[in-house]
Ligand binder design. Sequence first.
Ligand code: DGY
Length: 321
Amino acid sequence: MPKQKVYVTRARVPEAIELLRTLFDVEVWPDNTPPPKNVLLEQAAVNDAMMTEVDDVIDESILESGKGKLKIIANRGVGYNNIDLNAATACDVIITNTPGILAEACADMTFALILSIARKVTFGDRAIRNGKWTVFDQVPYLGTDVHGKKLGIIGLGDIGEKVIKRSIGFEMDVFYHSRTSKPEIEEKYRITRMGFNDILATCDYVSLHVPLSSETENMISSKQLSMMKKESFLINMSRGPTVNLDDLNAALESGQIAGAAIDVTDPEPVPVDHPIVNNENIVITPHIGSASKATFTAMGIAAANNVVAALKGKDIPSPVN
Ligand code: DGY
């Protein structure tokens, strides 16, 4: 009997590809950029499974093309806003993600961003590389304390909780905004639930950890930025479209807020000629919240395990539809 066929859209996690190759006939898109739409349309029609990355756009037409043959699309990521979930369900294609793996790495990265922007880490590094550190003078590098400050977490899921754990070491006062209240977490970490606008008006560090949806898209634009304190910082670890980049740039230029540190942008990659790239009061990283080697690899293996389970008729570890 011919082996079932799996298409992998990037050669990024060799351990996951090797695992799939032990069982299936595997083809891998060779480039580092997402396969073009015509390739995805063709591959969806002839494969039993696809393993995708979070920047592969899987729309209705691709799912329609896979209808009848394609059983599963295993996204290597906890987010799956790149996939039309309703169309997938209508076409009988199972979608899976990789939850429960990246929270620690993303929480580490959240603090990397907070500390970098508050204590001018990348600013100082740039100064040295550009030959500007010519006299021992700390004045240009004076930053803002992190310890003892107010941290506002928007979206309290796994990552938010791990950020709270880390904030205890920094003796921060933590507030959170979430659609549902989390009394156990409030009690466990002595944190306080607050309205979204109150968090913006009160906190020194406002950190976004929400999934992208119609409710969260553009949740930070000029109106919300104008509610923040002049000495406050915005941290974005969620998805780029939650923050309006032009409005953020305007708020940084006018001094409406003290700074921002963002791991995600809209679009990605951020165009190098966008004015925000040259703003000294922002740290921008290339969507690497989950990108420790161990976490990255584990997410690949988890995606591959979803494929194996679906094609072998076993319980699927993490379906989302
Ligand atoms: C995710 O898992 O959704 C991350 O954003 C990408 O690794």
